[in-house]
Design a protein around this ligand. Structure first.
Ligand code: NAD
Length: 674
């Protein structure tokens, strides 16, 4: 049973989806992205570690909307979707009526036809208009006479009336009308926040842009009001508090007797007023410096005080705003510094019109680009000077082909082979999926390569653009114990790619220890030749693991002598599927602080690839078994830096892969093309 959230990609909607998900609700989002981007949803998924079905649907498209209701068992709707800019609404009122009122009518009709009669509606304090025109109406109670002063406010009041009429016509409808005061702040994680496209209309988003240098200074409209500092008073509510108000309203509606309906309004505000200067000072404090501002004349339509009376929501819904303006300012600054241009990140793009699992994320510098899919956090393309450097499939679906030799995939929980799928921790034996003869390969049947990774969170830093993906591998998947949270960071700079792995058991994990060895399984080729035979290689070490006929390590280390792999050699007819040793006695579970060691150099046709790692070993595979759509044997070579192969099955190597609760596994690889 799901809650449909319209406008769930927007500012307040995305924060509400987080709260819903964290409180056990299943959520489905409908949004036409007219004022938002899908990035907010991918970041919500990243945050809550749950998949959130999304439909890029305009509410006025009742046919498409109906299909969503057909597909999911919707029990209630939280309706945020609307256009919301007051100034714009005075210029294009018809668009506002058509979108806000028309969209709502369409939604209500579809709800009715699917017998869904529970709705929480985003109204606004704007419906009161200038409440100072009455005596004793500040703070503003829900009984205050209504009188919006602009088309946007009129659309909200019209929708309130429609909901009321609907309830009057059929007392099974349950409509909670929430009149918001001034939502501010951002999620404390810094992952989601308001992403105003164009010039912000509201005080804090504007101030935030002044703070990062996108706007010159704040204009304070009048300092001659009758307040403690002369600036007008408003009721600012932290967006997380506001989001929680929706859960309280939904719970209230759900608790009604089965045959009862309701139409009722609640103010969502703090009940405490703050002046423009109060907010200015709180935000300047969060930033750590006084921000430029200028006092200009009063703005037409502004009034002294619009503070909410919030006691109805406090007593009836059992909800109260808890977070301060200071906290909201800190959270907004955290969001702004981490995302100075909102969800936009220079050099980063997503394939047009793709959502969820169909997305491919590309970071492109002049002559170097890297593309990664959510499916398996798979590296689907590297282009150098316009030429591809890894084997891949054009169609993401082909990554599910049984013949896919793990092209570009993230490999886990245990990379490479485990004899008979067995490994032991503290004397207890576990068995992973047997998917390679008698053994387990690359994590078993449902390895990381086949999982949907949440995110990415894309961010630009001095080192380049980082795409951060996360995946929560549940206890028991493929026989591995414990809930393991894995983060894979692709750090792309103009000349190189770095992949960083981090994994740890969650505090809630039922098992106290597990086994992990993570890597990437790209197949590289430096030219467009049919195979890699002409490639020249040089390895850091000739020390390698002896293996048996099933390619399972015997436990012995030997030296590769023919050829001397530490000197350049042309591959020609030789084949490798062996683990070479970088550090014979590794001690660290998180190797990321170790220096990156160049472990392999490959060159062909004037192009060179150097691979570095902090890991103690790497599997070198010349792709002799490749036989899949578009590619034959030796179409590419794989270099998989990770822990010793089969470490979990050998007493003397086991510590490399055992991760206990509270410990962090980490590793880092770098790929440099020249
Ligand atoms: P927002 O613009 O960030 O979110 C609204 C979302 O609705 C956007 O993602 C937009 O793409 C989507 N949308 C708009 N029209 C649509 C349509 N026809 N079909 C499908 N999706 C559509 O705005 P917000 O600040 O998150 O506001 C959410 C709700 O709260 C709105 O109804 C707004 O009027 C109301 N509200 C906002 C404030 C405020 O200050 N932010 C104050 C009071 C009330």
């Amino acid at each position: 049973m799901s809650i449909l959230v319209t406008g769930g990609a927007g500012y307040i909607g995305s924060h509400t989806v987080v709260e819903l998900s964290l409180h056990g609700y299943s959520v489905v989002i409908v949004d036409n992205l007219v004022n938002s981007s899908y990035d907010s949803i991918s970041r919500v998924e990243y945050l809550v570690k749950k998949k959130i079905p999304f439909f890029n649907v305009d509410l006025r498209d009742s046919e498409a909307l109906s299909k969503v209701f057909d597909q999911y068992k919707i029990t209630g709707v939280i309706h945020f979707a609307a256009l919301k800019a007051v100034g714009e609404s005075t210029k294009i009122p018809l668009d506002y009526y058509e979108n806000n009122v028309g969209g709502t009518v369409s939604l209500l009709k579809v709800m009715k036809s699917h017998d869904v009669k529970t709705i929480v509606f985003s109204s606004s304090a704007t419906v009161y208009g200038d409440a100072t025109r009455f005596e004793n109406m500040i703070p503003i109670p829900e009984e205050c006479p209504l009188g919006p002063t602009n088309p946007y406010g009129n659309t909200k009041l019209t929708i309130e009336n429609i909901l009321h009429d609907l309830y009057s016509s059929d007392h099974h409808w349950r409509a909670a009308v929430l009149r918001y005061f001034n939502p501010i702040g951002a999620h404390p994680s810094g992952l989601i926040g308001e992403d105003p496209l164009g010039i912000p209309n509201n005080l804090l988003p504007y101030l935030a842009q002044v703070a990062v240098g996108r706007r010159e200074k704040l204009s304070v409209f009048g300092d001659d009001y009758d307040s403690h500092d002369g600036t007008p008073i408003r009721d600012y509510i932290h967006v997380v508090d506001l989001a929680k108000g929706h859960l309280a309203a939904l719970a209230y509606l759900h608790k009604l007797n089965p045959d009862d309906g309701l139409y009722r309004e609640w103010n969502l505000g703090t009940g405490k007023g703050s002046t423009v200067f109060d907010v200015y000072h709180a935000f300047s404090k969060a930033v750590g410096r006084d921000l430029p501002y200028e006092v200009v004349g009063r703005r037409a339509g502004d009034v002294l005080n619009l503070t909410a009376k919030a006691t109805r929501a406090n007593t009836e819904l059992g909800w109260k705003a808890e977070l301060s303006v200071e906290q909201a300012c800190k959270d907004l600054w955290n969001w702004t510094t981490k995302n100075p241009f909102g969800f936009h990140v220079d050099h980063y793009s997503v394939n047009d019109g793709a959502f969820g699992e169909d997305r491919i994320h590309t970071v492109k510098f002049d002559d170097f680009s890297v593309s990664v899919a959510n499916h398996g956090a798979t590296l689907v393309d590297i282009q150098v000077d316009g030429a591809p450097k890894v084997c891949n499939f054009k169609d993401l679906k082909d990554y599910n082909l049984p013949s896919n030799p793990y092209f570009g995939a993230t490999i886990g929980r245990i990379a490479n082979r485990l004899p008979k799928g067995r490994f032991s921790i503290d004397g207890k034996e576990f068995v992973s999926g047997i998917n390679d003869g008698r053994n387990s390969l690359h994590g078993g049947f449902h390895g990381f390569n086949s999982q949907y990774f949440f995110g990415p969170v894309a961010r630009k830093g001095p080192e380049g653009v980082t795409l951060s993906f996360v995946y929560l591998d549940k206890d028991g998947n493929n026989g591995y114990p414990g809930d393991l949270l894995t983060t894979v960071n692709y750090i792309i700079s103009p000349k190189s790619l770095e992949i960083e792995y981090q994994a740890e058991l969650t505090p809630e994990s039922s098992a106290d220890a597990t086994a992990v060895s993570l890597t990437n399984h790209s197949y590289f080729h430096l030219t467009d030749e049919e195979n890699i035979n002409n490639t020249e290689f040089k390895l850091v070490s000739s020390r390698f693991m002896e293996v048996d006929k099933e390619a399972i390590p015997t436990g012995k280390l030997k030296n590769w002598t023919d050829p001397d792999v530490t000197k350049p050699f042309v591959l020609s007819g030789r084949s490798f599927d062996h683990c070479f040793i970088v550090d014979e006695h590794p001690t660290k579970l998180d190797t990321r602080s170790l220096p990156l060691v160049k472990v392999l150099e490959a060159s062909n046709g004037g192009k060179k690839l150097s691979i570095y790692t902090t890991e103690p070993s790497f599997q070198f595979y010349t792709g002799d078994g490749v036989n899949t759509k578009g590619y034959g044997e030796r179409a590419g070579f794989a270099v998989e830096p990770c822990r010793f192969i089969s470490a979990g099955a050998f007493d003397e190597w086991r510590n490399q892969v055992v991760v206990r609760k509270g410990e962090v596994y980490g590793g880092k690889n770098r790929y440099v093309f020249s």
